[in-house]
Design a protein. Structure first.
Length: 429
């Protein structure tokens, strides 16, 4: 051993206790750094839905999603409405109750509450001895909002169209009507699935085969019991299931035909599913009764929407009665999914072929959205078969569009004596 080595050993022996303390101290500091660093990263191994700061794994997300679906059903939502709402919540938070927005907005939880609503959530949780970052607290707070300041939103629970429920919840509960750049209905900002495909996925997972009657109870828990009671079943055919909801979009004028390929995005959400293709480049269901007349569209649309076999016979004014003869029910007012017919104008309505159309939606104020062919933007009017258009009407029967002609014609405004009919069976999703 050289002199330098001997000297070093002597120093080590002399200060061995001090060196040991330094090693232990540094080790402790290192351990603290590791532990602190690990808490800044979200945990991914938890399998419980309420773990603070966790990003749900596929198992915990499914567990949270099922709990959310069951609660929405217990609130009175149809399976379609529950799935539509879940499409919004999934996109917002992946059902993680502890998630916070990192962009500075302070949005928090499964519905990304922010501002006063986040403050209210915290106060509600404290008042009820709950942790604000748990699914239980947030679902109970959601019910509290729906029973108080957001009571009008509960009309969405009657929706039988998944996409309309999704859109209405985004607009009316999430308050995004004035922020279209953040809607992300089909795709997210990075190309990930948007709210609609997520809603469709949850409907396929939970709602499609849900025949239970999820009814309200005083404590907000589900009483779904598998029964199929005619008055409470979520799968019943309800003439007003999707009626009386939503505000008329500002870019949807009254009495004006809009071609299928020019319908604004915010209006599309009010259209019923299984829409037909359009020869101007829109994909969709095939026409079972191809042609350029109003009858061709209504017969094809009803067949796609309700699963009825295509039929032939009669003019536009005869089609509602044709559905009634096939077991349908005559209506006294328009409801989404109805077929309608008008007999033309006096003094010789019987000499005119009349007109036929499909009711797509009835808004909260009673305004009626129709789809049709052979209006100014479709069918024989533009010399192009298998094209369709939409038109917004004032409330039936007193709205002026129901009583006046467009340019002296009986078409496209469904005027004269209107008849509405609802096909027998269940509307397709």
């Amino acid at each position: 051993m050289g002199e330098e080595a001997k000297t070093l050993m002597a120093i080590v022996k002399k200060f061995k206790w001090l060196i040991a303390l330094l090693v232990v101290g540094l080790g402790g500091i290192f351990l603290v750094v590791v532990l602190v660093g690990s808490t800044s990263q979200p945990g991914c191994s938890t399998n419980t839905p309420d773990t603070t700061g966790s990003i749900p794994t596929s198992a915990s997300k499914a567990k949270n999603a099922k709990a959310t679906y069951d609660q929405l059903r217990s609130f009175g939502a149809t399976p379609s409405a529950a799935a539509g709402i879940m499409g919004v919540l999934d996109f917002e938070s992946s059902f993680n109750p502890a998630i916070s927005n990192t962009g500075g907005s302070g949005a928090f939880g499964i519905a990304q509450w922010m501002g006063n609503r986040r403050t209210n959530l915290m106060a509600f949780a404290a008042e009820h001895s709950l942790k604000a970052d748990t699914l239980e607290a947030q679902l109970k707070f959601m019910k509290h909002e729906l029973d108080t300041s957001y009571g009008g939103v509960k009309s969405i629970f009657k929706e039988t169209n998944v996409h309309k429920a999704c859109y209405d919840w985004l607009m009316d509960y999430e308050g995004m009507r004035n922020n279209p750049e953040q809607w992300f209905l089909e795709k997210g900002p990075s190309g990930q699935p948007g709210r609609y495909p997520r809603a469709d996925s949850w409907y396929a997972k939970f709602g499609e085969n849900d025949t239970s009657s999820g009814t309200n109870t005083s404590d907000g828990t589900s009483t779904a019991d598998g029964s199929n009671d005619e008055t409470t079943s979520a799968c019943q055919t309800n003439d007003q299931a999707s009626d009386g909801s939503g505000k008329v979009p500002s870019d949807l004028p009254y009495g004006q035909n809009i071609a299928a390929n020019k319908i604004p995005d915010d209006v599309k959400s009010f259209l019923l599913p299984n829409q037909l293709s359009d020869a101007r480049g829109l994909s969709g269901k095939s026409w079972s009764h191809p042609g350029d007349q109003c009858v061709d569209y209504s017969v094809s649309r009803i067949s796609a929407l309700w699963g009825l076999p295509s039929w032939t016979g009669g003019n536009g004014g005869d089609q509602a009665q044709a559905v009634i003869r096939m077991g349908g029910k005559k209506e006294t007012s328009p409801h989404a999914g109805d077929i309608g017919s008008s007999q033309g104008f006096p003094p010789t309505p019987s000499a005119e072929p009349g007109h036929t159309w499909i009711v797509e939606h009835v808004f909260a104020d009673g305004s009626v959205l129709l789809s049709e062919q052979n209006g100014p933007e479709s069918g024989a009017y533009i010399h192009t078969p298998k094209t369709w258009s939409i038109i917004l009407m004032h409330p039936y029967p007193d709205g002026k569009e129901w009583k006046t002609a467009n340019g002296g014609e009986y078409q496209p405004i469904p005027s004269g004596k209107a008849t509405f009919a609802r096909p027998k069976g269940t509307m397709k999703k």
